[in-house]
Structure formats: C-alpha cells, structure tokens
Design a protein around this ligand. Structure first.
Ligand code: HNI
Length: 147
C-alpha cells in the first residue's frame, strides 16, 4: 500500500479543490484523444472524432471527461484504500471495455498537463511530484484487476 505523509495528503486535497471538473474534465478527455489518437478505438459510439475540431466540439467526449474526473474524486477521498475503491472499475475496464492499461498513464499525464495549464503557480515542482505520486497510485489501482 502507498504511504502518504500529511504534506502529501494536504497537497493533493489543495490541488483537487481548485479543479473545476466541468471545465477541466472535457479538456482532459479531448487532449487524450488528440495527443494519443489510437485511444479513439474505444469510443466508436461517440460519433465524429475525425478531426481536432470535431473532438473539441463533441458533447460525448465532454461528458465522458466529467465522468472520469468525478471518479477521481473517489481516489482523493480514499487515498489509503485506492485498490479496493477502484476494484470494480478496474474489472470493468479490463473485462468489458478491454482498455489497454498503458492508457491509464497517458490519461494521468494529460490530467497533470491540463491542471498545470489552468492552475499555473499552484503546481510548483514539489506539488507536481506529490500530485504525480497520487496519480500513479490511481493508475496502479485501475490496473489492479488486470491479469
Ligand atoms: Ni474509463 C467508462 C473511470 C480511464 C475508457 N471510465 C468509465 C466510467 C468511469 C470511468 C467511472 C463509467 C463506468 C460506468 O458507466 O459504469 N476511466 C475511469 C477512470 C480512469 C479511466 C477513473 C483512470 C483514472 N477509461 C480510462 C481510459 C480509457 C477509458 C484511459 C481509454 C483510453 N472508460 C473508457 C470507456 C468507457 C469508460 C470506453 C465506456 C464509455 C461509454 O460511455 O461507453
């Protein structure tokens, strides 16, 4: 299990409190699809994802970004229990959605970059290090049911 210091816990919470899910969620998911275009293969039901403009205007992309970020809230509130918290979601992504677990890390990087663009000075090198430790624990938990 990942161990967290009080500074790490308070830093993760402080960053998360500044995140506006409705604003940043859609931007993060659009960034994933634009930067890593092969991830589009999981979203056949989302309609037109053929151009950057289409991705940025796609309501399903925006809605999905919000769903995923809302799920991240569970990790912030269960830092000592992430694997159990994400067991069902991990199972869903492995068995039903067949998502390549490498894409969890790609998503994590898009989350950090989008937050850095938005919050600027709130992400000092020290807080970025803590935030990335947090996200990689999420990636680990989301990968935990893959076998
Ligand atoms: Ni993910 C659905 C959470 C990463 C592809 N995903 C969900 C749902 C949640 C969720 C919550 C809704 C489940 C439900 O309806 O029961 N996804 C998360 C989290 C992460 C993540 C917490 C990582 C931190 N998902 C990814 C990645 C991909 C992905 C990296 C692919 C690139 N997810 C999907 C797909 C669906 C999905 C595909 C189904 C979408 C739909 O609406 O059909």
């Amino acid at each position: 299990m990942v161990k967290w210091t009080e500074l790490e816990r308070s830093t993760v919470k402080a960053i998360w409190e500044k995140v506006d899910i409705d604003d940043i969620g859609p931007q993060i998911w659009a960034r994933v699809l634009i930067v890593y275009p092969w991830t589009e293969r999981y979203f056949g039901s989302f309609g037109d994802l053929f151009t950057i403009t289409a991705i940025l205007k796609n309501d399903k992309v925006a809605a999905h970004g919000k769903v995923v970020l809302k799920a991240l809230d569970k990790a912030v509130n269960n830092m000592d229990n992430m694997k159990r918290t994400y067991a069902d979601l991990s199972q869903l992504h492995f068995q039903k959605l067949e998502v390549d677990p490498d894409s969890f890390r790609l998503l994590a990087d898009c989350i950090t970059i989008t937050i850095a663009c938005k919050l600027k000075s709130a992400l000092s090198p020290q807080s970025q290090a803590i935030w990335q430790k947090f996200l990689y624990a999420v990636v680990d938990a989301m990968s935990s049911q893959y076998r």
